[in-house]
Design a protein around this ligand. Structure first.
Ligand code: 3HC
Length: 293
């Protein structure tokens, strides 16, 4: 079955990026948020990204209009009933995802494929809320979605092989490099990335170096585009803390345990760039000030 119409649930940072790349790849895309304000906010973000591409000459004005024409924002789940594939990118809470997919399962015909963009919840536990776990995969994108070239295509113990191959091909049609990952905690990227980020916090706690020096070390010594603290602030400290808890629960290994400093920063509401403060203070966004311990 060829995918023709894509549905995206959630038009936040990840959902809007996913909707954008689907529409840019030529798929009519319906993106749903819970309120008209959030639909508008998400679509505005996409509009800004497209404008940047036109300015740079990476997209013609006519192509931008075609992308716009393929995108439809809605607050109604019903508007997704004709989609061939639905990608979920809502809040990282298992009960919310299970409830959503339970409703979609009743709404959509049996052939519709379901995918979750969760970064760390077991896909099978979400899939089990539907009567079609064989047509359920993980499609894990990376922030910023329009820029990052990877998509992890996650297969559970129940995913049908033909559906899985179709999703791998779909990832490639989006212009991403699809990698095949099993439904183990954190898949591939977070399995490696999360212990690295947590180790950076442990190094800071132990006085190995300052925020700025540790960031510069990994940027300039290893060629990473962002140092670990800049990346933590970018991903969100709350998000990283949440993922680490799920992974610790899965593996019971110390390397996945959140360091006390990370936990305390999250408790203080210092969630990174989005909250104005994390390992850097963004009071002057053009000149973030590193935290001094
Ligand atoms: N949306 C769309 N495009 C964006 C963007 C955004 N939010 N942010 C940057 N860009 C584009 C810019 O327009 C620019 O395009 P151009 O090269 O065609 O002109 C390009 O990206 C580079 O941007 P900048 O020059 O402004 O800045 P940088 O060179 O510093 O790149 C970055 C920004 C791409 C974010 C780079 O710093 C980077 O790759 N950082 C690491 C990001 C990363 O590791 N992401 C994964 C996080 S983990 C995750 O998402 C998984 C989850 O489960 C935790």
């Amino acid at each position: 079955m060829a995918i023709q119409i894509v549905g995206v649930i959630g038009c936040g940072l990840m959902g809007s990026g996913i909707a954008q790349v689907c529409a840019q790849a030529g798929f009519p895309t319906v993106v749903r948020e819970v309120s008209a304000e959030l639909v508008e906010k998400g679509l505005k973000g996409i509009e800004k990204n497209l404008a940047r591409l036109v300015e740079k000459g990476a997209l013609t004005d006519a192509a931008r209009n075609e992308v716009r024409g393929r995108l439809k924002g809605t607050t109604l789940l019903d508007d997704l009933k004709d989609c061939d594939l639905i990608v979920e990118a809502i809040i990282e809470q298992l009960p919310a995802k299970r409830e959503l997919f339970g409703a979609l399962d009743k709404l959509c015909p049996p052939q519709t494929i379901f995918a979750s963009n969760t970064s760390s919840l077991p896909i099978i536990e979400i899939a089990a809320s539907t009567g079609r776990p064989q047509r359920f995969v993980g499609l894990h994108f990376f922030n910023p979605v329009p820029v990052m070239k990877l998509v992890e295509v996650v297969k559970t113990i129940a995913t049908d092989s033909a559906v899985y191959e179709e999703m791998v091909a779909f990832g490639a049609k989006l212009g991403k490099t699809p990698v095949r990952a099993n439904d183990g905690g954190g898949f591939i990227v977070n399995r490696l990335l999360v212990p690295y980020l947590l180790d950076a916090v442990r190094a800071l706690e132990e006085g190995v170096g300052s925020v700025e020096d540790i960031d510069n070390s990994m940027k300039l010594g290893c060629g990473y585009p962002m140092g670990p603290f800049t990346l933590l602030d970018f991903v969100g400290l709350d998000t990283t803390y949440y993922i680490s808890q799920i992974m610790f629960d899965e593996f019971k290994e110390k390397r996945f345990a959140a360091p006390p400093l990370l936990k305390r920063m999250v408790l203080a509401g210092w969630n990174g760039k989005k909250s104005g403060r994390g390992f850097y203070d963004y009071a002057d966004p053009a000149n973030p000030k590193p935290m001094q311990l």
